[in-house]
Design a protein around this ligand. Structure first.
Ligand code: C5P
Length: 304
């Protein structure tokens, strides 16, 4: 990495407590009514001035980064270029991503990297980009990128990019069970279309879900978790059904496929309950399992 100054920004994984999907739009996207939550699994993005755009990717032990593009197709580089263009700048940066969020897992790791890059370069170059502009640029980069900026627990509308925080008084514990092989988000949306040839009604957020968040009632939240992409994810990867059953048998309040999968997340009544569910998965031979709290903060600068 060239240049003496670096800025590191940390961004969290997201899960969808509710992912309501409508009929595909003319632009190919699906209208969503979703509730996101940021959970305690992170990617760190470090930016430094450079003569040319450059990207390196490192990862925590258990994460396979072989599928992450390191060329211009990487969403972090797109984010960097977009921010520079927005400000009329011709400067470039080197970007290092240290991944703690699984790749193609339904946890929006790429979106976290894009959000973190926007913020890191804004700080590195002292651009003072307004929150409004950052959110708009984030929305251009991907449906989940604005949420990665704000974190916490938020409602997402449009194609997911119109975000608004919701009241969440809970301290939730999740067990996150990864799969060895990722799933492609466009493929899962296409399977959703195939499974619903007659269309679907407009998606909505149940009042019961928002009440559960407000009151911090884990049993009520468990009863409200719902993902319209779960059926297509199970269609493409039937073995996820066994994962969901195992977590619930091990004492989780409820399990759900995260986003477009294949990661499954399990809401647990407490941290000790989450530890017990995690142990059950490890005993059953799953290696990539961890407990994570939620909600956590959106993209933020950290010192190194
Ligand atoms: O916005 P993002 O780049 O994350 O979307 C990736 C792909 O997921 C899109 O190209 C589209 O196929 C699908 N998608 C969708 N409807 C959404 C969000 C994503 O169909 N609301």
């Amino acid at each position: 990495m060239t240049g003496s100054t670096t800025v590191t920004v940390r961004a969290a994984a997201k899960i969808n407590l509710r992912l309501g999907v409508g009929a595909v739009r003319p632009d190919g996207f699906h209208p969503l009514a979703t509730v996101y939550q940021a959970i305690g699994m992170y990617d760190d993005v470090t930016a430094a001035d450079a003569d040319e755009w450059a990207l390196t990717v490192t990862a925590h032990d258990r994460i396979d980064v072989s599928e992450v593009p390191t060329d211009d197709g990487n969403i972090a580089l797109k984010a960097g270029r977009l921010l520079a263009t927005h400000h009329g700048l011709t400067r470039a940066a080197s970007i290092r991503i240290d991944k703690g969020i699984p790749v193609a897992g339904g946890l929006a790791g790429g979106s976290a990297d894009a959000a973190a890059t926007l913020l890191a370069l804004d700080r590195l170059w002292d651009l003072q980009t307004s929150d409004e502009d950052l959110l708009r640029l984030a929305g251009e980069l991907g449906s989940d990128v604005p949420f990665a900026l704000i974190g916490g627990t938020a409602r997402g509308d449009g194609r997911g990019e119109i975000v608004k925080l919701v009241e969440d008084n809970g301290s939730w514990w999740w067990v996150v069970v990864e799969s060895d092989e990722g799933l492609s988000t466009p493929r899962i949306y296409a399977t959703f279309d195939e499974l619903n040839p007659d269309g679907v009604s407009d998606p909505e957020i149940d009042a019961a879900l928002l009440d559960a968040l407000r009151t911090g009632d884990a049993t009520a939240l468990a009863a409200s978790l719902r993902n319209d992409l779960q059926a297509p994810a199970l269609h493409v990867r039937p073995a996820l059904g066994d994962v969901l059953r195992l977590g619930e048998e091990a004492g989780a309040l409820s399990g759900i496929v995260s986003g477009s999968g294949p990661t499954c997340v399990f809401l647990c009544a407490s941290r000790p309950a989450a530890d017990a569910v995690r142990e059950a998965f490890i005993d059953a031979g799953h290696t990539r399992v961890q407990a994570a709290p939620g909600p956590v903060a959106g993209a933020h600068e950290v010192s190194f």
